[in-house]
Design a protein around this ligand. Structure first.
Ligand SMILES: [Zn+2]
Ligand SMILES: [Zn+2]
Ligand SMILES: [Zn+2]
Ligand SMILES: [Zn+2]
Ligand SMILES: [Zn+2]
Length: 354
């Protein structure tokens, strides 16, 4: 496994990713597997339940009935769903079908995407259909963004950033590391947001790509793994009233392109809300609004990766980010996008019933 270190060593990371996700990336699955000898035993004399003729000598009892051995083997005995031959001795039943152990191992058994060996009992499954032995969890890191186990076989390796994040080489292919690219993506996110009705002028926003340590410094909160943060500045208007305006958006450096776009869309929506004087909005509504706008922006980039990020956002167990988004979706489903845009700009909390 290829692993290189970037930057110098920084502190530990927390388990919650704020903004885009806080959801399990790996799921525990159990392979349903039974095995054993076919239901047959030596029988005493009697009539064959298949041909009706008397059984001379040894017969077979299967499911409480007696058979000639040859009748049972040819017509009654369970057969392998792969080769069609009679099953005898040790065999495997999976999802109602029976197999020779050798046929099952060769053609049916689920194999670990990381080591290639057969999976039995509990295994881990990521969102991309890869299955793994649970033991690999101790040997290798799962990618911070896609949840795949970082390995030559599954991700062609990966890197560990100086701030502690492990990122696979599939996600590294589109990772955003440069300020120039960041600004280009911010303009894209702003254009897509405008399509939704969230109009922000990105030229008035400063963008900084920051690692986790810097993100902790600027937000004053090191306990959470932040993917984005918007900083406001107090300004005095012509009339002398003080108001706050968003000036700097911080986005985590080295995230895959679509995660970066989603984060930029989320933060630019905070900027939009601040310009509508919505600075004391309840967190679930504010973050729900920003996640909803980000979700709408992701719809402009259809594909498996965008579907995956939207799923992470929708299924997040976080009661501000996940629950806030689900409540906004319910509101939009019931009232439409125009009503939601009004709600976002004029209200500090969800109306009753949402
Ligand atoms: Zn018979
Ligand atoms: Zn077979
Ligand atoms: Zn394995
Ligand atoms: Zn990845
Ligand atoms: Zn936010």
């Amino acid at each position: 496994m290829k692993r290189t270190s970037r930057d110098s060593g920084f502190g530990s990371r927390a388990a919650i990713l704020v903004g885009v996700a806080a959801v399990a990336l790996l799921f525990v699955v159990t392979a349903t597997l039974l095995g054993g000898a076919p239901p047959a035993a030596a029988a005493s004399a009697g009539k064959c339940a298949y041909c009706g003729a008397r059984i001379e000598g040894d017969g077979i009892i299967s499911d409480g009935r007696s058979y000639h051995k040859s009748c049972w083997l040819q017509h009654v005995a369970p057969r392998c769903a792969i080769c069609g031959e009679t099953l005898s001795g040790d065999y495997v039943v999976q999802e109602g079908k029976s197999y020779h152990r050798a046929c099952w191992e060769k053609h049916v058994a689920a194999r670990c995407s990381l080591c290639g060996e057969i999976l039995q009992g509990e295994y881990l499954k990521d969102a991309w259909g890869n299955r793994y032995h649970p033991a690999h969890r101790k040997e290798t890191a799962a990618c911070e963004y896609c949840g795949r186990f970082i390995s030559d076989r599954v991700t062609h390796g990966g890197v560990r950033y100086g701030d502690g994040r492990s990122v696979c080489n599939i996600c590294r292919r589109t990772a955003v590391d440069g300020a120039g690219e960041g600004r280009k993506l911010m303009a894209q996110a702003a254009a897509r947001l405008a399509d939704v009705g969230v109009a922000v002028d990105p030229s008035r926003v400063r963008l900084e790509l920051a690692d986790l340590t810097r993100m902790g410094e600027v937000s004053g909160d090191r306990s959470r793994l932040r993917s984005g943060y918007t900083q406001y500045e107090s300004v005095t208007t012509v009339g002398g009233a003080r108001r706050s305006e968003a000036v700097t958006v911080y986005v985590l450096i080295g995230m895959p392109r679509l995660e970066t776009i989603a984060t930029l869309a989320h933060e630019l929506t905070h900027v939009w809300l601040s310009r509508a004087e919505r600075l004391n909005t309840r967190p679930a509504l504010a973050e729900g609004n920003c996640n909803y706008a980000a979700m709408r922006v992701l719809a402009a980039y259809p594909g498996a990766e965008s579907t995956f990020i939207v799923r992470k956002m929708k299924e997040s167990t976080d009661d501000v980010y996940g629950e806030g988004l689900r409540r906004v979706i319910r509101y939009v489903d019931g009232n439409g996008v125009e009503a939601w845009l009004r709600l976002a700009r004029t209200r500090d909390d969800f109306p009753a019933g949402y």
